[in-house]
Design a protein around this ligand. Structure first.
Ligand code: RP5
Length: 166
C-alpha cells in the first residue's frame, strides 16, 4: 500500500468537501488510495504548493482539484506538477459553477487541466482511476467490470418501462 500509486484530491474549501467526497467514493470502490485535503489557491497559496510538491514526491500520480467561483486551484496545482490534473468545477456563489467551469476549461496553452462537469466529482474519481489503470492491469479489469454492471443496470431499467404495441 505504501508504494501504491495514489491520487491527491484537493479542494478550495471545506464547503466543497461534500461534493468532492464523490470522487473519494469512486476511488474507494476501485481500491485506489488517495489523500483528501483543503488548500486554497487564493487564501493559502503556500499550503497549496507544499501539499502538491510533497504529494508528487511521495507517489501521487494524478491530482483532482475542485474549486468554486474564480476557480484557480486546478490551474495552480497544474503549475506545480507535470502529472495529470483533473479539475472539478463546483457550484458556488452567484454563478453556480459556470464561473468555475470557464476558469478551469480556459487554461492557456502549456499547462493543461482536464475538466469534468460542474459537480462531476464522481467522474473525476473514475477518470483518475483510469489514468492509474494504464499501469495496472487488475485495476483496468475492475473498470471494465464496473462498466459491464452499468450496462446490466441499463437493461434492468429498460425492463421496468419496456412496452410494445405491435
Ligand atoms: C472557492 O470559493 C472554494 O473552492 C469554494 O467553492 C468557494 C467558497 O469558499 P468558502 O467561502 O465556502 O470557503 O475558493
Amino acid at each position: 500500500m505504501a508504494n501504491k500509486p495514489w491520487v491527491l484530491i484537493i479542494m478550495g474549501s471545506d464547503s466543497d468537501a461534500e461534493t468532492m467526497s464523490h470522487a473519494a467514493a469512486a476511488l474507494d470502490e476501485l481500491g485506489v488510495p488517495y489523500e483528501f485535503a483543503v488548500a486554497s489557491a487564493h487564501r493559502s497559496p503556500e499550503r497549496t504548493r507544499e501539499l502538491v510538491t510533497a504529494a508528487e514526491a511521495n507517489g501521487a500520480v494524478v491530482f483532482i482539484a475542485g474549486a468554486g467561483m474564480a476557480a484557480h486551484l486546478p490551474g495552480v496545482v497544474a503549475s506545480l506538477t507535470a502529472r495529470p490534473v483533473i479539475g472539478v468545477p463546483l457550484a458556488s456563489g452567484a454563478l453556480q459553477g459556470l464561473d468555475a467551469l470557464y476558469a478551469i476549461v480556459q487554461m492557456p496553452p502549456g499547462i493543461p487541466v482536464a475538466s469534468v462537469a460542474i459537480g462531476g466529482a464522481r467522474n473525476a474519481g473514475i477518470l483518475a482511476a483510469q489514468i492509474v489503470a494504464t499501469a495496472d492491469a487488475s485495476l483496468a479489469a475492475q473498470l471494465r467490470e464496473q462498466r459491464r454492471s452499468m450496462a446490466d443496470a441499463v437493461t434492468a431499467k429498460s425492463k421496468k418501462v419496456e412496452k410494445s404495441t405491435r
